[in-house]
Unconditional design. Sequence first.
Length: 397
Amino acid sequence: MRDPTGFLATEYRSLVDSATDWKLRVLSGPSAPWCTVDGKKVLMFCSNNYLGLSNHPRLKEAALEAIRTHGVGSGSVRPIAGNMDLHVELERRLAAFKRAEASLVYQSGFATNAGLIPQLVGEGDLIVSDELNHGSIIDGTRLSRADRTVYRHTDVADLERVLSAAEERTPAPRRILVITDGVFSMDGDIAPLDRIADAAGRHGAMVYVDDAHGEGVLGPGGRGIVAHFGLSRDQVHVEMGTFSKAFGVVGGHVSGSRALIDFAYNKSRTWLLSGSHPPPVAAACLAAVDLLETEGKHVERLWELTHRFKKEMRALGFDLGASETPITPVMVGDSHRAKALSDRLFDLGLFALPIVYPMVAKEKARLRTIMNAALTDDDVTFAVSAFAKAGRELRLI
Ligand code: PMP
């Protein structure tokens, strides 16, 4: 009899053959600047732990204390019996940090996009999305019954064209939702959210920003892209984010009007039907928000190191693409060379992963580096010298 699961091994083999399978490296110990990856001590240069909070003593202490007072599990989904005071307090503090009327915490950023987008728009509606938006937005979009269309990456004139064309349709869409990443995770460029909001506003569309890579990074005190552009909640209606990056923990969230949050938690299936965060997670997220409110130095240090690294890498002759943020891709072009650069850097003690097709276009392979505020000046000197050495050997500079 034919094995009904035969396709599993066949498809995996074809990923291996085309070198597009994931080879997982193992981190032993914390995600700290110097860490142990596959048994080798290396400088971490590709985590999303922008502010170095994932191993911060205040967050760890908060998590331990929450285990003592609340245990390790919440016991349920939030609408039934898993809504703890820690969750409620986290949302109150996050809303204050975001200067929003209210916030709602989900289990992850992915669960936020997958749970909320399909509730905001449905049959007869239209989603208008930047062509390089994150996969969780794409999946959230697929779960909706709305029509969907993309505009060219960060191209507001193209967005205008799409919105005007939508108005010509008969019947015209009932609701339109414009969605963009705040900071694009593969290129490190920033969405022109002020102009996107203007265009959407002229066409009566809602605006949804996924600020996973902007919060803790952009805006005063790391408040994110909405604060960076000084926009109001009438211009950007849904501000989504994650606790898994600059906040150093895990969990997704959304901020906006009270009406948005009341709607979101009553409707999002990922929120209603999945267990809530364990107490140590909620408490560590709370400590991270508190730290950002009280210690501006982490965000300042992140930018100081980012500017220095970009300046020295450009002086060496590296192409850093369109990056404007701590996500700095080192453009290589060919996938094999990007992998060779990553391997050579790893030998030299620097850990940065290659990003190759299908994550980016075939001829746009790169090494994606991400700055971390916990690095010392010497660490950055070390990283730049490793790039100089490997780059010369591979004739990239
Ligand atoms: N949106 C963007 C832009 C992201 O980069 C990510 C994480 N890769 C997510 C959403 C998902 O966030 P989380 O890790 O919290 O599920």
